[in-house]
Design a protein around this ligand. Structure first.
Ligand SMILES: C=C(O[C@@H]1C=C(C(=O)O)C=C[C@H]1O)C(=O)O
Length: 386
């Protein structure tokens, strides 16, 4: 069976990737094995079992798998087992980035952003979705858009990471190298799944409002979000599905009765931290991830109808955007964040992504503004990263 597993074994010390939960920063160097195969859990698990065994036999110390699982189960996963994993605190990593990893680029370039789809097409897509939400079984769908810019001078993903850490200290930061010239960089506020022994945790976010500088007005916006029927409806749909996905694996599951508020520098979100105790520690993380992903925070409900609607209405490929990014050890413990507030950085192009949950009461121009506010996380970074 070995030949059907897409394995590559190489040692390219230049390969670097990073994942953090805002406290511990895992810097991964080199590559013992790479997986560019199906994201289906049975394929993934077969590769993981084999690759971890070979890594241990070859003397890789405490091997981890790192990488991204795409939005669509039918797209390819991008995972690797690094040769070496180093753990840093935030201040240690920032120091390392400044002294070693960040290459200042002399020429600055003003990025000429192109909206894909255009504002008009995005708002039209939201209107079409609202019609379907009012007339079909569709309950919620998340529609997204991109900003794309050509690059005269390559962007340094590590320099972007440094800005992200400084501007968004409380986030899941990541830099993942997809191929030699492609990095995914971001600071996600959303935990899809964490597993430590038999303890699992998920912290879905859904329901968003843009923050303002004036503190009293900002608090009023937060209070309005907490009381908004539309946003609570969007949120409840996600919580129901996360509960249904985790429930069968757990002997105990704690779900807050109502959402609370969390903030990023730009946004308020409705948040629910769901904690569970697995019936058995042997339950495999990839299987639970596959059951959970995609939640209606990034896809919609019913899931298949939402997926079809997204394929009909979004004129670009999401690839890793709204997938999941993270790490797992050979015991199946790990952390996986939702791949949002991110950029795909290629040699000659950068793409930013953002989406918004659409329900029957949605207003197209408000959803456009919500995506614009979400794009602000990466736009702010690009102002200082070159
Ligand atoms: C899809 C994104 O965000 C998701 C959608 C949210 C919403 O609709 O309110 C909130 C957080 C995320 O789950 C994004 O940031 O691009």
């Amino acid at each position: 069976m070995q030949s059907s597993i897409p394995v590559s074994t190489s040692s390219q010390p230049a390969r670097l990737s990073l994942f953090s939960d805002g406290k511990v920063f895992l810097l991964c160097e080199g590559e013992f094995a790479r997986y560019r195969g199906s994201a289906q859990p049975q394929h993934l698990q077969a590769w993981l079992d084999d690759a971890f065994k070979r890594a241990q036999e070859s003397g890789v110390e405490a091997p981890l798998v790192m990488g991204c699982l795409p939005f669509r189960h039918t797209d390819k996963a991008s995972l690797h087992i690094p040769l070496k994993v180093r753990r840093f605190s935030k201040s240690q990593l920032v120091q390392l980035l400044k002294s070693d990893l960040v290459k200042p680029v002399e020429a600055t370039q003003a990025l000429a952003w192109q909206e894909v789809p255009t504002k008009q097409h995005f708002e039209q897509a939201v209107s079409n979705a609202v019609y379907q939400l009012q007339h079909t079984a569709l309950d919620k769908v998340v529609l997204s858009r991109t900003l794309q810019a050509a690059l005269d001078v390559p962007l340094c993903a590590w320099s972007m990471l440094l800005q992200l850490i400084e501007q968004n200290p409380h986030a899941y930061h990541f830099v993942m190298q997809d191929d030699l010239n492609t990095h995914w960089v971001g600071a996600s506020p959303e935990l899809l799944l964490e597993k430590r022994g038999a303890q699992v945790c998920s912290n879905p976010l859904a329901g968003t409002a843009k923050r303002v500088l004036e503190p009293q007005h900002d608090q009023a916006i937060a209070a309005q979000l907490l009381n908004s029927l539309k946003d609570n409806h969007e949120h409840a749909i996600v919580i129901e599905q996360v509960k249904a996905a985790l429930g069968p694996y757990c002997c105990a599951l704690e779900v807050p009765a109502a959402p609370s508020l969390i903030s990023t520098p730009q946004l308020w979100h409705l948040s629910s931290r769901i904690a569970g105790q697995l019936e058995s520690e042997q339950i495999r993380l990839p299987e639970v991830l596959a059951r959970l992903h995609p939640t209606p925070a990034v896809c919609g409900t019913p899931t298949n109808l939402a997926r079809t609607t997204i394929e009909q209405l979004e004129p670009f490929e999401r690839e890793h955007f709204t997938g999941t990014v993270g790490w797992m050890d050979s015991q199946g413990n790990g952390q996986w964040a939702v791949t949002i507030r991110c950029a795909k950085v290629e040699a000659d192009k950068v793409t930013l992504f953002a989406g918004a949950g659409v329900v029957a009461q949605s207003d197209p121009s408000a959803e456009y503004l919500e995506t614009q506010a979400k794009l602000g996380t990466m736009l702010r970074v690009l102002e200082g990263a070159r």
